[in-house]
Write a protein that binds this ligand. Structure first.
Ligand code: GAR
Length: 203
């Protein structure tokens, strides 16, 4: 059975990339294989994780391109070079442009650290999402994996998991709980689901 080649796009710590790698080793993610890591930050610790597991990694930083379109074209060329069939935004804190979105319809998924449609859209990424949830006083937050389309954080939802907010939470404490209780299970599970669809096992 053909295994779907996956690209994981990252910007920072890469704990979601680690969750994908671990789930691959555990056989949870088995219909796809991480064939490439792309980072838009040359100093992302996620790159060290890729190296440790001998996963090819490419750095593409927006600042090194004349225009956003140039960045998107280069990214698309890299994805095509590695024959990528599924793009997983695993803590990728930038917005993808039209060339990539059009080349991969229903083939790009993203993990977002809130229960979308709450606390999503432009400007809501990383710790800012948890700060906004705490400012609003929500008692339940969580994580969402969704398809990526031209609406930021607006694509169809694949999986969600709720996580409680506790008295005295800081954005950092809440981020850690959401990662541990939701993100690290949700992203590999969603990647497996979508890979099975791509490979034609289901629907
Ligand atoms: C994660 O919490 C992820 O959900 C979030 O950034 C963090 C990356 O952590 N993504 C977004 O906010 C996307 N809008 P990681 O690099 O350790 O996986």
């Amino acid at each position: 059975m053909a295994v779907v080649p996956i690209a994981a796009l990252v910007s920072g710590g890469g704990t979601n990339l680690q969750a994908l790698i671990d789930s691959q080793e555990a056989g949870i993610l088995r219909s796809g294989k991480i064939a490439l890591v792309v980072s838009n930050n040359s100093r992302a610790p996620a790159l060290e994780r890729a190296a440790k597991y001998h996963i090819p990694a490419v750095v593409a930083e927006q600042k090194n391109f004349d225009s956003p379109e140039g960045f998107d074209r280069a990214l698309l060329e890299t994805l095509e070079e590695y024959r990528i069939q599924l793009v997983v935004l695993a803590g990728f804190l930038a917005v993808l442009g039209q060339p990539v979105l059009q080349a991969y319809p229903d083939r790009i998924i993203n993990i977002h650290p809130a229960l979308l449609p709450a606390f999503g859209g432009k400007g809501f990424y990383g710790l800012k999402v948890h700060q906004a949830a705490l400012d609003r006083g929500v008692k339940i937050t969580g994580a969402t994996v969704h398809y990526v389309d031209e609406n930021i954080d607006g694509g169809k939802i694949i999986l969600q998991k709720a996580v409680e907010v506790r008295e005295g939470d800081t954005p950092e404490i809440l981020q850690k709980r959401v990662m541990e209780q939701a993100e690290w299970q949700l992203l590999p599970a969603a990647a497996e689901l979508v890979c099975r669809k791509i490979a034609g096992f289901e629907g």
